[in-house]
Design a protein around this ligand. Structure first.
Ligand code: MEV
Length: 438
């Protein structure tokens, strides 16, 4: 069947659904009713979601869970997490509770600078280009006044604009490398609008710069775009306590535990195969909060993984040490987040999540998100170095297996009772359900 289609985006939602149902499903009515079951009963809320993107046909649910008892800089937070992976919220809550009785998490925003670049081609004398840039630099600021006015009132704006010569990397390639402070907004629109104006100013002013030859006047802007890499927008999250204070169920010997834990972190520091999984566990916590608070998790992921490779080899984001009988575990990561603008004032559940966090500033949200990542990493390493990861993971996953087999309430109760005293595995659960159904 040829399912190519023209003008699809202009079709009504009903037409799109009808076409999909008839093109791909043997029972089109069933497919349509599945999609409609996921619509919001409030037409206004549904319209809002429809308009977030193009060609919306329904909503795609993720659970929104909450992890309470996060003590951060002396204040308790209940952290919203949007995630599908069974064990993540449970692990976050467990870690939060553990550290709440050991001084809590400390988090510090180290800096908040954002970056944007105009990438351009200049064929000519780079000294003349530098002279030209220095002469027109004030014009970049004056031409963007209407864009920066509001941001300046909020304490933000353009921090600096530099000319960068990148010709050793690529012939004739130069950049305007600009830095910004965007306060509580993530700032993508603000930065991109400023950059597009810089690019216009650059091209126009070059045309009337007397010292340029005709070829030099013809600056070609390739693109103007913010960078999601924000190595100067860093937050630090940390925990520490005397080694003895680590003692708990599964941590009978805290010294042995602390040493093994530090060793596990060191392995992730030197071994990229382990570092990727180690950092993935950190991202379980980070992405879930980023998503729940309406931020762009792809941007956050890209920045954090780039940062994890900043020394030339992909490495652990977190670090741990034992010094003078004190166990410390910490992480510094780049996080460009917003608590105003974007989805934050549109998505009803994002508004709800931000209210739950007591309307944090972007800097407070950076702290909360970083702590969620560190807590997740602590929970993963704690399990990995003690019981193994599968025990906790499979306990949480048991519900998914029971749902997959459409288990009755009675079967669920029996299966759960059985696995209170036996190790959970997929095959053991499947066999037990089969046995019960004989
Ligand atoms: C699973 O989603 C995350 C872990 O693999 C992280 C880790 O290995 O550190 C448990």
């Amino acid at each position: 069947m040829n399912n190519a289609v023209a003008g699809f985006s202009k079709w009504s939602k009903e037409e799109k659904i009808d076409w999909i149902a008839k093109s791909y499903f043997s029972n089109p009515e069933e497919a349509v009713s599945l999609l409609k079951n996921y619509w919001n009963s409030d037409a206004n809320v549904q319209k809002l979601h429809d308009e977030f993107i193009e060609n919306t046909i329904t909503n795609f649910y993720l659970p929104l869970g909450i992890a309470p008892n996060f003590l951060i800089n002396g204040k308790y937070y209940t952290v919203p997490m949007a995630i599908e992976e069974s064990s993540v919220v449970a692990a976050a809550a467990k870690s939060a509770k553990f550290w709440s009785t050991r001084g809590g998490f400390k988090a510090t925003v180290l800096n908040t600078e954002k970056i944007g670049q105009v990438h351009f081609i200049f064929k000519g004398n780079s000294e003349k280009l530098t002279a030209f840039f220095n002469q027109i630099k004030p014009k970049f600021y004056s031409d963007t006044e209407s864009l920066t006015k509001n941001m300046q009132q909020r304490g933000g704006g353009i921090l600096n604009i530099e000319l960068r010569d990148k010709t050793t990397a690529l012939p004739d390639y130069f950049q305007l490398h600009a830095t910004f402070e965007t306060k509580d907004s993530m700032g993508a629109n603000f930065i991109n609008s400023c950059l597009e104006q810089f690019s216009k100013t650059l091209k126009e002013e070059a045309l009337s710069f007397d010292h340029f030859s005709e070829e030099e006047k013809n600056i070609q802007v390739v693109m103007s775009i913010l960078s999601n890499y924000v190595p100067n927008c860093i937050v630090r999250a940390e925990v520490s306590c005397p080694i003895e204070a680590l003692a708990e169920k599964h941590i009978e010997n805290p010294h042995e535990f602390a040493e093994k834990f530090v060793r596990a972190v060191q392995i992730a520091e030197v071994e990229p195969f382990r570092a990727v999984t180690h950092n993935k566990g950190i991202m379980n916590g980070i992405d879930a909060v980023v998503l729940a608070t309406g931020n762009d998790f792809r941007a956050i992921e890209a920045a954090i993984h780039a940062y994890a490779s900043r020394n030339g080899q992909y490495s652990s984001l977190s670090h741990a040490k034992i010094e003078d009988g004190i166990f410390s575990f910490w992480m510094e990561i780049p996080l460009a987040l917003g608590t105003v603008g974007g989805l934050t004032s549109l998505h009803p559940l994002v508004k709800f999540a931000l209210q739950m966090l007591e309307k944090p500033s972007a800097q407070q949200l950076m702290q909360i998100v970083a702590v969620a990542g560190l807590a997740q990493n602590f929970a993963a390493l704690r399990s990995l170095t003690t019981t193994g990861i599968q025990e906790g993971h499979m306990k949480m996953h048991l519900n998914n297996i029971l749902n997959q087999f459409e288990a009755t309430d009675e079967e669920r109760a029996l299966v759960k009772k059985h696995f209170k005293i036996h190790a959970v595995s997929h095959s053991a659960a499947v066999n037990l359900i089969a046995e019960l159904r004989k």
